[in-house]
Design a protein around this ligand. Sequence first.
Ligand code: ZN
Length: 103
Amino acid sequence: MTRHLISTVATDHRCDRCHAPIIAALDDGIPARVDATPLRDRQAEIAALLDGKWTYVLTLNRHLIHRDASRITANTLTGTIHAEHKCTGPAQLTFDDLMNGAQ
Ligand SMILES: [Zn+2]
């Protein structure tokens, strides 16, 4: 069996809970939800990482790609950098919420 990792085109949403503007997509089959406002510089990305958030590149063809340590170091992907959306809403996010949010 071949495992298909699906990446979808990123679309604009509002978070169901806190109504913040977010961008959602599947990155290699993993739901990604990021704050719509890009991180302005490297320091902002470092702050997000220290805060325990993943960061993503929103590429020119609107895919969200997780910036792991090697991608952050190489920094070859062109696009804006966004931090994972950490909801400050009242309820705990479930996996189903994440899946629905990415569609
Ligand atoms: Zn939220």
